[in-house]
Design a protein around this ligand. Structure first.
Ligand code: PRP
Length: 204
């Protein structure tokens, strides 16, 4: 089965489980337009110009995931040395992982650096009737903390903007964002610099 066929199968399975196109879009990290196309594939309808990033080959193996987190960390430290990220007294107190895929990366980085770990649960993961973002109570609080935010993929930047608003509202200072993949080529979100290991750009 090709990667595209697998994606179509996944989208249809999620639909059969009762997920809305919006939920399928979040789940697969694709635009609504792409999800509509995957589900219907109407004749003559051109495939949308979206990109699906599948890093399960790395994410499903603890050792490889750890290696990937260490690559992110090394790059972050190099950038700090270059002054690309504004140095503060101690730079970062707390690493904030965005659930779910940012959490293992954030955990590994926090462990390596001896930093605190906080976990942000985005509003889209909330099952409440009025979905709001929150911090997991099991991990660190963020008031007064300088935070490094970690996520795996930036698609629209909406999740990061939401996390930044939440952190600021709760007395934290987001100092930088690190992601594995950036599908937008964004350099900052609400004044917080973002650096990604891989940037996906469309040339045509
Ligand atoms: O830039 P945005 O448009 O906000 O999209 C990016 C977010 O979407 C994915 O999360 P999602 O909750 O869909 O998947 P996950 O559970 O694998 O983290 C990804 O991990 C980012 O957090």
């Amino acid at each position: 089965m090709s990667a595209l066929e697998e994606l179509i199968t996944k989208a249809k399975a999620l639909q059969a489980d009762g997920h809305t196109p919006g939920q399928i879009s979040d789940e697969l990290g694709l635009s609504m337009e792409t999800v509509t196309w995957l589900l219907t594939q109407q004749k003559g309808m051109e495939a949308p110009k979206d990109v699906h990033i599948d890093w399960t080959e790395v994410g499903s193996h603890g050792m490889l995931l750890s290696d990937m987190a260490m690559i992110m960390l090394k790059r972050f430290l190099y950038l700090t040395e270059e002054g690309a990220i504004r140095p503060t007294d101690d730079t970062v107190d707390t690493v904030v992982g965005i659930a779910s895929s940012g959490v293992p990366l954030a955990t590994l980085i926090a462990a390596e650096e001896g930093l605190k770990l906080a976990v942000y649960l985005p509003a889209k993961h909330s099952v409440s009737e009025t979905p709001t973002g929150s911090l997991s109570g099991t991990f660190s609080t963020v008031a007064g903390q300088r935070c490094l935010i970690i996520d795996d993929v930036v698609t629209t930047g909406t999740t990061l903007a939401e996390a930044i608003r939440f952190l600021r509202r709760h007395g934290a200072t987001p100092v930088a964002i690190w992601s594995l993949f950036d599908k937008q080529g964004i350099r900052e979100v609400d004044g917080v610099p973002i650096r990604s290991l891989f940037t996906i750009s469309r040339l045509g």
